[in-house]
Design a binder for this molecule. Structure first.
Ligand SMILES: Cc1cc2nc3c(=O)[nH]c(=O)nc-3n(C[C@H](O)[C@H](O)[C@H](O)COP(=O)(O)OP(=O)(O)OC[C@H]3O[C@@H](n4cnc5c(N)ncnc54)[C@H](O)[C@@H]3O)c2cc1C
Length: 200
């Protein structure tokens, strides 16, 4: 099926504390794909889980994210956004938020141990082949923070200390129940597990 861009009719504003918020009169999101609003649970609030949350919220669904850790955050070092993912992030309305954290390298050189160049790439020349895209580098914590802010701004509900220990699909296959370590059960139309490292 051909993929058509999602139309998100929204207006982003900043309040006095410079926190992002969606203006109430324009908080109306539409998608050419979606006719029913589904209750969706995402397991894991890493880069993948938050990205999925944004995409599903922009498609008009109701999203709750369960995270096992006591706070939502990211550790590690750098991460590079390439032209393909830069298109996705821009379609999620995140370019301005990301730009203030971006490092914009102009060139990468792969060298062997004696210093000679094995290969190199000029990022501007490469990005020019894909107009409207970019090669930007981030500290992971900053990319993650922007994704979290965008997901919350779009209406994601997040829960920490919510370790998922089981997911049970109903007999008719129409719902799934997420079981938390503390015994709570939550029913959803769809459960998306995004736990690169599964901790049970
Ligand atoms: C060294 C390295 C360099 C990389 N560089 C790049 C790059 O330059 N560009 C790029 O695009 N990608 C890069 N990647 C890949 C990218 O980092 C990963 O694909 C991405 O971080 C995976 O995100 P995730 O959300 O799926 O998983 P994670 O970030 O692992 O998040 C999973 C989340 O789920 C939570 N969780 C786990 N178990 C449970 C449970 N039972 N219940 C509830 N929550 C749970 C965890 O606490 C965590 O918050 C790199 C990866 C590595 C290792």
């Amino acid at each position: 099926m051909p993929v058509t861009p999602i139309a998100a009719k929204e207006k982003i504003q900043r309040d006095a504390a410079s926190k992002l918020k969606v203006s109430e009169q324009n908080n109306h999101l539409t998608s050419p794909f979606i006719t029913n609003k589904h209750q969706i649970i995402i397991v894991g609030a890493g880069l993948g889980g938050l990205g999925a949350a944004i995409a599903l919220l922009l498609a008009g669904h109701d999203v709750e994210v369960f995270e096992a850790a006591s706070e939502i955050g990211e550790v590690g070092a750098g991460i590079q956004i390439l032209p393909n993912s830069s298109r996705v992030l821009q379609s999620w309305g995140m370019k301005d938020a990301l730009e203030k954290y971006a490092t914009k390298p102009s060139q990468v050189n792969m060298r062997h141990w004696k210093g000679g160049i094995i290969s190199s790439m000029n990022f501007a020349a490469s990005a020019a082949q894909y107009p409207g895209t970019f090669y930007w580098d981030f500290h992971r914590a900053n990319l993650h923070k922007c994704l979290l802010e965008r997901a919350v701004e779009l209406g994601a509900r997040t829960r920490v200390n919510a370790r998922v220990t089981d997911v049970r699909v109903s007999r008719n296959g129409e719902t799934a129940t997420v079981v938390l370590q503390n015994g709570e059960r939550h029913v959803a139309d769809l459960v998306v597990e995004l736990m690169a490292l599964i901790v049970v």
